[in-house]
Design a protein around this ligand. Structure first.
Ligand code: AMP
Length: 190
């Protein structure tokens, strides 16, 4: 089993790259943001709760997010492995994921991080907002708050995985194909 955490700030290109990598490695792609958006669209209780946080650019509480992630993994018992996109985003989520995977006799092979300077990200997100329909991509103050959440709660996960010798940074500036090739070189070696 190969389990990859695809990491990076909002707008780094995680979703786009995950779509390429899941095909190449035959992995199940779990994007917690996508699962929340699906629930919002279908007006489930989880969606209504998540929306109140996502609309502001705040993180959804850990307990809710962790339970949802576990359910997604458990729904794919035949998976060859997973690409986690947008999860974990806090140290508590990372620790829960480790414990959960240990129970399943597996673990995270590596965190592969897309490194992109912040000034490029805001521009990318505002551009994406024109076509994605995502309200959190259309408002610069929401985008700034998402970066703030990233800096204060998520960025420390680099240390978390570095301590386990599992952090691999990749330059996330360039064409989609160039970046995919760099990610594949890292994943092939895991
Ligand atoms: P994303 O699609 O990954 O950019 O996520 C969009 C929004 O969903 C985030 O700004 C958060 O409000 C919420 N979200 C997604 N993943 C998580 C997570 N792992 N923990 C908490 N909130 C999350």
């Amino acid at each position: 089993m190969k389990n990859i955490v695809l990491f990076g700030p909002p707008g780094a290109g995680k979703g786009t790259q995950a779509e390429m990598l899941k095909v190449k490695y035959n992995l199940v792609h779990i994007s917690t943001g996508d699962v929340f958006r699906f629930n919002i669209k279908n007006e489930t209780a989880l969606g209504i709760l998540a929306k109140s946080f996502m609309d502001k650019g705040d993180l959804v509480p850990d307990e809710v997010t962790i339970d949802m992630l576990k359910a997604e993994v458990n729904n794919n018992p035949e998976a060859n492995g997973f690409i986690f996109d947008g999860f974990p985003r806090t140290e508590s989520q990372a620790a829960s994921l480790d414990a959960f995977l240990v129970e399943k006799n597996t673990g995270i092979n590596g965190m592969v991080a897309l490194e992109v300077p912040e000034n490029l990200l805001v521009e990318r997100l505002l551009n994406r907002g024109k076509t994605s329909g995502r309200s959190d991509d259309q408002d610069e103050s929401k985008i700034r708050n998402r970066f703030n959440e990233y800096e204060t709660k998520t960025a420390i996960l680099k240390d978390y995985y570095q301590k386990q010798n599992k952090y691999f940074g990749v330059d996330g500036v360039g064409s989609i194909n160039e970046i995919t090739a760099k990610l594949e070189a890292v994943i092939d070696a895991l």
